[in-house]
Design a protein around this ligand. Structure first.
Ligand code: SAH
Length: 266
């Protein structure tokens, strides 16, 4: 029996039947799961999870919890977003404690907002449990401070995809290139060539450091450092296992000194 009280002297909120918790699982390392997310995993009746959620994290679920996959796998088409929201609503209406588990943070490029809006429209009560987003936690595991006094007093998180899978057209790329010393791209590999073109056209230097962080915080994490002028050819020359982040900015150079993660022999 899992109690709602903790020895630390605080109470976890009660996971009520008929409610949905939108929970971030962090970027991969199970150690980055929050206590609230763990509490939710131990108490949920059903867990609707995405492709990015690490299997070891699903292992924290109660043995009785039902696991429902909501992402792409083995070439099968992924369920459409409204279908996922509808399923959450149905499970909640059936009186279950529904855990919607997403990689990273549910409100960072994870469509958590859309799902929350659908729950509001359906009159279903919900809670949001933030997670460590890949653009922050993944960078930390790569030895790259997301902000650093000497390199950047601002950072921008950008998605390389819009709803249609295109490069986000509404973005003012010139303004972005000028104003944001560090740009962290999610889902960037598909349109990398265009992204680089726009940043260079916006005045970024070709010798600016760029890091690609693949499978951050997992045992297969790989970090590759190149430059804005070379990154496109670099990415064509090797295979980069997804998911991956692309970081553009002088903070990347700090990795030379701050790469703290023990490296395993290949
Ligand atoms: N909600 C998630 C992001 C979902 S979008 C979050 O907050 O992290 C999916 C993109 O996130 C991927 O294409 C990749 O760019 C990034 N991503 C997620 N997990 C990652 C990981 N472990 N390593 C590198 N990139 C990751």
């Amino acid at each position: 029996m899992i109690s709602n009280s903790s020895r630390a002297g605080f109470d976890f909120p009660v996971f009520e039947h008929g409610t949905v918790w939108l929970v971030g699982a962090g970027p991969g390392d199970p150690g980055l799961v929050t206590l609230l997310a763990q509490h939710a995993l131990m108490n949920a009746d059903i867990i609707v999870y995405d492709a990015l959620v690490d299997e070891r994290i699903l292992g924290l679920a109660a043995a009785t919890a039902e696991l429902e996959y909501a992402g792409k796998r083995g070439g099968r088409p992924s369920p459409k977003q409204p279908d996922i929201s509808l399923r959450l609503i149905e499970h909640a209406r059936a009186g279950r404690r529904v855990l919607r588990l997403k990689g990273g943070d549910p409100f960072v490029f994870g469509r958590g907002g859309e799902e929350a809006l659908a729950l509001v429209a359906a009159g279903i009560r919900f809670r949001v449990v933030p997670g460590v987003t890949a653009g922050v936690g993944g960078l930390a595991y790569a030895g790259i401070p997301v902000t650093h006094r000497d390199t950047n007093q601002a950072v921008t998180f950008v998605t390389g995809h819009d709803m249609a899978g295109d490069l986000p057209g509404a973005l003012d790329w010139n303004a972005l290139a000028r104003a944001s010393p560090v740009i962290v791209f999610y889902m960037a590999l598909g349109h990398l060539e265009e992204i680089v073109e726009r940043l260079l056209a916006g005045g970024r230097r070709a010798d600016e450091p760029v890091a690609i962080v693949s499978k951050a915080t997992t045992p297969e994490q790989r970090v590759m450092v190149t430059s804005l002028g070379s990154v496109v050819d670099f990415c064509k020359s090797i295979e980069i296992p997804p998911p991956a982040l692309v970081v553009v900015g002088q903070n990347v150079a700090l990795r030379d000194r701050l790469d703290w993660l023990p490296h395993h022999p290949e």
